[in-house]
Design a protein around this ligand. Structure first.
Ligand code: ATP
Length: 236
């Protein structure tokens, strides 16, 4: 479970995120939408522990910057974070050691590498992988730790259709395993089938939070509510 409470972040004097609160329950897929400059990246980086911020962020009930929280937290950043001079296999081994994973990780890693067509590339260096392959490796690394909470920033960017299909299946598998999933994206169509809750940000605030049931009850589409809540809204 992820809880964000009163998240506020200013860059010098520029307000980027102001008093943002929301939660993503275990077994829930939440999608974070918003126009350019809405504050999504700032929110994501705060959750990932990469920024100083005011407010509280809990992962599984623990402050996000503690090592206990980090142990159960998977993060797939917008630009794949691969090491140039480690092979695909060495990335897996590195994560396994850093997170002190049980022996079963190897089987899980092999399954993931096969699903993302990386199994025959285990000896390739990070720098010799294509952008899409780097993204897939980054996804595999985030998944092998068996996260209780996982966050994806524009995960479909640069992926081929097969990888997109696999990733969508993985989203629903994570939900079934009780993982809390947060996906930030600009491409509404890409997550249409999988989301349970939508959070719309605009001008540094969460301006709408709706479950799929709530939206279906009113026969509204994601696109309808996105434009209604992001166009012509007053400045922060
Ligand atoms: P995009 O969809 O374009 O990636 P975003 O929703 O991720 O946008 P943020 O990157 O979080 O938005 O930006 C929110 C606000 O904070 C914007 O006004 C932006 O100009 C400002 N901002 C972001 N990063 C910095 C920074 N390093 N220094 C100063 N201002 C920043």
């Amino acid at each position: 479970m992820l809880q964000v409470m009163g998240l506020t972040k200013r860059y010098r004097n520029v307000p980027a995120v102001s008093d943002v609160s929301f939660e993503v329950k275990s077994g829930e897929i939440a999608v974070l939408l918003g126009p350019n400059g809405a504050g999504k990246s700032t929110t994501i980086k705060s959750i990932a522990g990469l920024l100083r911020f005011d407010g509280r962020i809990l992962i599984n009930g623990l402050p996000n910057k503690t090592s206990e929280a980090k142990k159960v937290f998977g993060y797939v950043p917008e630009s794949a974070a691969v090491y140039e001079y480690l092979t695909v296999n060495e990335h897996i081994e590195f994560i396994a050691r850093a997170y002190r994973l049980d022996e079963g990780y190897r089987e899980k890693a092999d399954q993931l590498l096969k699903r993302f067509d990386l199994f025959d590339k285990t000896d390739k260096l990070g720098k010799d992988l294509s952008k899409g392959m780097q993204q897939k490796l980054s996804i595999c690394c985030a998944l092998i730790i068996n996260p209780k909470m996982i966050m994806f920033d524009e995960p479909m960017m640069g992926l081929d259709p097969k990888a997109i299909k696999e990733l969508k299946s993985i989203f629903t598998e994570l939900r079934n395993e009780g993982c809390a999933v947060l996906i930030s994206t600009h491409i509404i169509d890409s997550i249409e089938e999988v989301w349970d809750k939508v959070l719309i940000m605009n001008k540094g605030k969460v301006v709408l939070s709706r479950t799929r049931d709530e939206l279906e009850e009113k026969a509204e589409s994601l696109e309808d509510i996105f434009f209604r809540h992001t166009e012509g809204a007053p400045d922060l």
